[in-house]
Every structure is written in structure tokens, then in C-alpha cells.
Design a protein around this ligand. Sequence first.
Ligand SMILES: Cc1ncc(C[n+]2csc(CCOP(=O)(O)OP(=O)(O)O)c2C)c(N)n1
Ligand SMILES: [Mg+2]
Length: 687
Amino acid sequence: MTTDKQDVLAINTIRTLAMDAVQQAHSGHPGAPMSLAPVAYQLWQQELRYDPSHPIWPDRDRFILSNGHASMLLYALLHLAGVKRVTREYTVEDAPTVSLEDIKKFRQLDSSTPGHPEYRWTSGVETTTGPLGQGVSNSVGMAMASRWLASYYNRPGFEMFGYDVYAICGDGDLMEGVASEAASIAGHLQLPNLCWIYDSNHISIDGSTDLAFTEDVGRRFEAYGWRVLRVPDANDLNAMGEALRTFKTARGKPTLIIVTTQIAYGAPKLQGSSKAHGEPLGDEEIKGTKRFYGWPEDEKFLVPDGVRERFQERMGARGKQLRTEWEQKFAEYRKQFPELADQLERMQRRDAPQGWDAELPTFPADAKGLATRDSSGKVLNAIAKHYPWLVGGSADLNPSTKTYITGGEAMKPGEYAGRNIHFGVREHAMGSIVNGLCLSKLRGYGATFLIFSDYERPAIRLSALMELPAIHIFTHDSIGVGEDGPTHQPVEQLASLRAIPGIIVLRPGDANEVVESWRVIAQQRKHPVVLVLTRQPVPTLDRSKFGAASGVARGGYVLSEAEGGKPEVILIGTGSEVSLCLDAQEKLKADGIPARVVSLPSWELFEAQSQEYRDSVLPPSVRARVAVEKGATFGWERFVGHDGNIVAMRSFGASAPLKALQQKFGFTADHVAQQAKDSLKKTKTRP
Ligand SMILES: Cc1ncc(C[n+]2csc(CCOP(=O)(O)OP(=O)(O)O)c2C)c(N)n1
Ligand SMILES: [Mg+2]
């Protein structure tokens, strides 16, 4: 493709829209969109297999703007390409996802142009970016998903999946550890369909990258096993086009295209300066830049005739044809492979496959019991048999997390049919890759010890922000890990995960609560779930004696009613502390105090119930309460009230056998019973 006038006009339209929008908003980053406009333009016009009139076509190429601060680049592209809006229930509407009005309302309330690209908020945004490093890491999950989908769904003559994944990123992305983790595993897996385009402008916010980032990025990526290509001038569309073609023809490994750019290209004073970052250029500088581009300097938000048409003629026409062909092929595919076609459609709507629960087990009562990580491993496997697109793994802890799908292959370099992913010791990238799988409509899961959830937390947060049904599995959930000591004993992690809006944290108390937890998980479409499991055995409760485990779906339920049905005190437990509460209930009974035991595996599910239901489980009239959890006390006040007591952790743990730790930190039936009596006394002495 030669640089003809129409191309230059379109590129300058992207640049000037970005400048004008940032100026009007009095905030935002104009510099990166200005320099990256030709790079993104060439990619979209020449290669991207994308139909703007159907932005959720399953086999579309994915485009990610990992340097989310350059959001105006993406919004300008979405606008000029005429990408349509999609409803939350996956209907494509005849309305633009980003109108010119939206661009004029950049960063304003309810516009489709928030400060950083938000998945679900603006159709055409394939993932939320802004926290640097996340977008590129998501792209690895998407590229894995593309290959997995191809190996599961494709049949001879029916290539239903084969999309490529492109991510533009900046210095900031490549400085972040998570991107290194993700690039490392992408290189290991030789992902042939992954292309990162690196905006190498030697600038970040503090100034020159000489201040803090001087390594040879190209050689680093070569060492990861990537192909590294260089485009010495971002404005050279031919060179960019050639690099993209090399990516598409050479394959065999992921590709990094290093593009040398100048931030705020064309701005007379600010070009190449970090001042073009995070603030508007100012009216004078904008005029000067427009003059440089040969643009009418007083025009604002100008889209010259022919620019939108240019996108329609190339990317639009190509995408529409590809998508239409795909749909025709899919109609034939449905005839030949009705079951697969049905699965593909269910998956796209984030519905579970039919019969996913056909082999869900029930566990018989057993005083010795088993660790919830073990029961979870069994349930995961029972579901996996009927849930083909449940795909995931652990960060090098399979024997501990029990998250390997037995009989299933692992994903390997060049072979992507496996459903088990060896993430390696890369928790953060694991979280971001799981998000990438979920963005591709797989049910992705990742697993590690609860203590290391901290290493994964930014990705967990984004799974909630994006409303992805990601499954975050954490075992070794408390001081119950014993001898490994304080470094491996989570304390504040439960509270901090519960603090993330939209996440469902589940800490089941026995094997049958684990089954019911997975029932909740399997049916999620928009909420990530954090599943918290023990390493040590917990008794499997006799459900003929106690409340049904199906109460898990309501977050909390009466597990064991007080003798006589009139509790004087309520014991609330989660996970391994549920059976401890039952023991304490017996002690209290012996002392003539009727106590109710409530199992509360999920605060979030419980709080979503009606006031009436919650009051039936925790009657406001019963003020004597004890909450028992081997985590931080933080937050339990809301359930125990002013007179209640909390048996929980107030310090880090210690290295010792579990029995000694239980004694030291008060997790004994005697101590819980004593705390109950103390609470009861408070209710009687305090009006
Ligand atoms: C994880 C994270 N840390 C910090 C920031 C704040 N931040 C936004 S842009 C930026 C500099 C990015 O530099 P670069 O990627 O080179 O972008 P350029 O200035 O070249 O556009 C920083 C530190 C962020 N968005 N995410
Ligand atoms: Mg930079």
C-alpha cells in the first residue's frame, strides 16, 4: 500500500480528533495517538479481519490497545470505521458504538469514551486497559484461546476459528513485570497468532526512558523465543505493512514489531517531549500542529469527506465479506456438526453446556472428611467432562491445588488442544491470561495458594471490573497450612478479596458445600468467583442432621438450629471453621445455652438475599454472636454487631503444627464457646 493522499487524510483525522478531544476534556493523553495513528491505521486497513457491522463475530481478529492512556486512538478508529454498538445481551444495534458526539464528550459521564478503554462499556473494546501491562497479558490468553478454539471446533473444510491477536503497547507496558511473565509463556508456547506492536518512543511520564529503562528489549524478546521485527519510522506505512505481512506468513512463534515513534508527532514544541503526556497540547500548539498536517487550523472535530468511506472500502468491505463467508460456512457446519454448533453458540452467550451437571457427586457423611481442595478437585473433574470449554491450570502447583483435569492433555508448544495450562510460577500473568481466556468466551480458571492471590490481584480486580466469569481458585487458605509458617499463611487476603466489588468469594465448609459452590460457579455469566479451599481435611457433615448444602446458593444458611429452636447465641463460621462452630455448639449445649450455627460461605451471595431471608438466618433479636474465621477480623463486625465477638486473626501466623496454632490463636471449641458466653453477657449487661 502506498501512502496516498487519502491515507494521509485519514491518519491526520485520527490525530486531530485525539488532539481536539483531549483539549475539550482538559485531560487525557494526546501524544501517543498522534504518533501511533499511522501504525494502527495500517494494521486496521491492511490486515485486521474485523467487520465493523458485527463487532462480536466470533472469529474476528482481536485488537488491543494495551497503552490504554492512548484511548483516543481507539475511539477515533472505532468511530471512523463505523463500528456498531452491541447490547449487553449480544444484539448488534444499528447505532455507532462511538459517535462524533461521544468523541466531543471524551471522558464525560455516560459517554462511550471514558478516560481508558472499558470492556462492556464501549463495544469494540476487546479488553479494559489502563493498568499498564494488562492488555498485552490478556492478549496471550486470547491467542491461546484462538488456538484452543481452532483445535476443538475446526473440522476439515470448516475452519471456524483461526483469528490473530494484535496488541499495541508502550514502554510502560514492557517495563511491567506482568508483561514479561506473559511474554515468557507466549514464547514458550510458540503462539503463532500473537503480534505485539511496541511504540518505542523513548519517553514515559518522568521523561526519557534513559532514566529507568535502558535494556535491549528486542534481544530480551528474542531470548523469550519471539520473532523481533523493526520499523524505524512510524510514518512509513510500507515498512509497517511489510512487518505485518511477515508476522502473518512466517508464524511459528509470537512476533514483536518494534516501531520507532515520536510522541506527539507534528506538534511544533511538544513533539518528542513527555509534556505531550497526560495533558492537552493547548490551543496554540494545536494550531501549529494542524498547520504542520496541512489541516484547517480553526476546524475542530473535523472528519473530512471520504475518510469514513475509506475505512468502509477497505477494512469494512474485507471484514464484511469474511464474516459473511464465515456465517455461510457456519450454517453448513451446523448441519454436519449440530452438537458442536450448539456448543459454539452457547459459549458465545456465556451459557453453560447442556448437561454440565450430569455427574456432580454427593459426598457421604464422614467424620474424618477430606480437604476442600480434594473435594474441589473431584467436582472440577466431574464438571470438566461435560464442560468442554472449562480450561485452566495452576501456577506450578497442580499437585497441591488439585486443579488438573485428569485424562486431559496439557497445552504444549505448537499443540493447543489441551485444556490444562501449565502457567509456570507466574501468578500475575496467570490472572491476566485467565481474563484473556474469558474475554474469548472460554471458562478460564487459574489456581495457586491463597497467600499468592496478592501476586495476582490486579488481574482479579480487572476480572471484576470487566464482569468476566473468571474462576480464581485458591487453596492453602489459612494458618491451617501449619509448618510452612507466616509467609504461607494468608491472613488479610480474604477480607481484601471480599472488598472487590462484583466478586463472589466462596469459602465452602465441607465437601458438599464444595459441590454447591461449583454449582454457583458453573452458572456465572458476569461475576468472577474466588473459590477458597483448605489444605487440611474437614469433616463431611451429615446432611440428614444438618441444613442442606444447597443453602450455599444463598450465601449463608442455618446449618444447625439451636436446641428448642430458640437460639440465645449464633455462631457464624466459614470454611474449616464451620465444623469448629458445631463443636462449640455442643459445648454450649452442655452448659444449657442453645446456640445456632450458621454457615456463611459467601458474604456477597448472602447480602444479595432479601432482608427477610437474612433476618431469618441472623435474627436481629439475637445479639449474642460469634464469628469464627481463620482470616483477619476485618469486616466481621457487620455480622456480629456491637455485642458480638470475633474469633479470627489479629496478627500473622506462626510456624508450627496445626494443633499448636489452633491453640495459640484460639481456634478451639472451648475458646469459641467462651467467646459466646462473653457475648451473651454483654447483651445482658448493655442495654
Ligand atoms: C500499572 C500502571 N502504572 C502506572 C500508570 C500511570 N501511567 C500512565 S501512562 C504512563 C507512562 C507510560 O509510558 P509509555 O508506555 O512509554 O507511554 P508513552 O508516554 O510513550 O505514551 C504511566 C506511568 C499506569 N497507567 N499503569
Ligand atoms: Mg513511551
